[in-house]
Design a protein around this ligand. Structure first.
Ligand SMILES: Nc1ncnc2c1ncn2[C@@H]1O[C@H](COP(=O)(O)OP(=O)(O)OP(=O)(O)O)[C@@H](O)[C@H]1O
Length: 248
């Protein structure tokens, strides 16, 4: 993925623009252009400018309160900029219908929150007419299977609940997944299983934006990491030859 991503760079073309040390590419997934988010006089983002590539796992790292979750929420319009622009695939994200966008750009939160009812009910809440094969595919992509359908979704371990929430997000067949500290409530073994299932999803073309406090985790799973400090872009780190992320 690293190699294919680098091939997308159009440095030197009329469209190429310097972006906080990066270059705007034809296939950038998200582009943040001098974004300010201010709530109750507090600047969550203070002129954030960066690009997220269209493939692989992009990590977002930074100190507590630096604006990581705000960046993620801008990507599915749970948050809107006070000023500046967010582009999704070169189109101003403000022009997208939020509900349609959220089917394309799925989100998994820090604390798994299954809805009351069975796992089946949870999947049907996302796609009301989902058939058995569609449920099967979503469950498998979240490392579960059809035997889970009748389980009470509110009586699961943290790791199981997170996988159910993942299946509920994946059943809408998003092509982008936003992960906000998705493993912070999980034990070490479950964390590694979750990381492996996300890596597997990216092999099938899903792009992932992953917020984490844990740089070691991001080094395991991400192709590159955007750093954010005090609501501003603070550099990025690219990882070559990360196991599971090579071309081919
Ligand atoms: N609902 C809110 N109302 C007002 N201010 C908020 C709200 N949510 C977050 N903030 C503030 O916005 C800033 C950025 O918050 P954000 O949650 O994006 O940071 P973060 O880097 O994800 O933090 P953490 O790592 O602690 O989760 C912080 O100063 C925070 O206090």
């Amino acid at each position: 993925m690293i190699a294919s991503r680098e091939a997308l760079v159009v440095d030197g073309s009329p469209e190429a623009r310097r972006y906080g040390g990066d270059v705007t590419r034809d296939e950038d997934l998200f582009r943040f252009d001098d974004v300010v988010v201010e709530r109750f006089g507090i600047r969550a983002l203070d002129g954030f400018t960066a690009c997220v590539p269209a493939t692989g796992v992009t990590g977002v790292a930074g100190p507590s309160g630096s604006g990581k979750s705000t960046v993620l929420r801008l990507c599915n319009r749970m948050e809107v900029p006070t000023s500046g622009q967010v582009h999704f695939r070169r189109t101003d994200i403000a022009t997208f219908d939020p509900l349609a966008l959220r089917r394309q750009v799925g989100m998994v939160f820090q604390r798994p929150t299954p809805f009351p009812g069975t796992v089946r009910d949870n999947l049907l809440a996302a796609v009301p007419h989902a058939g058995r094969s569609q449920m099967d595919a979503a469950l498998r992509r979240a490392s579960l299977d059809l035997t889970w359908l009748e389980r009470d979704a509110t009586a699961l371990s943290g790791g199981e609940a997170q996988r159910v929430c993942m299946a509920r997000t994946l059943i809408t067949e998003p092509d982008v997944l936003l992960l906000d500290e998705p493993t912070s409530a999980l034990d070490a073994e479950t964390v590694h299983a979750f990381e492996d299932s996300v890596t597997e999803l990216t092999r099938n073309g899903l792009a992932v934006l992953w917020v984490s406090h844990d740089l070691a985790q991001l080094r395991r799973v991400a192709d590159m990491v955007l750093r954010i400090e005090n609501g501003r872009y603070a550099g990025e780190e690219r990882f070559g030859g990360v196991p599971g992320h090579e071309e081919g």
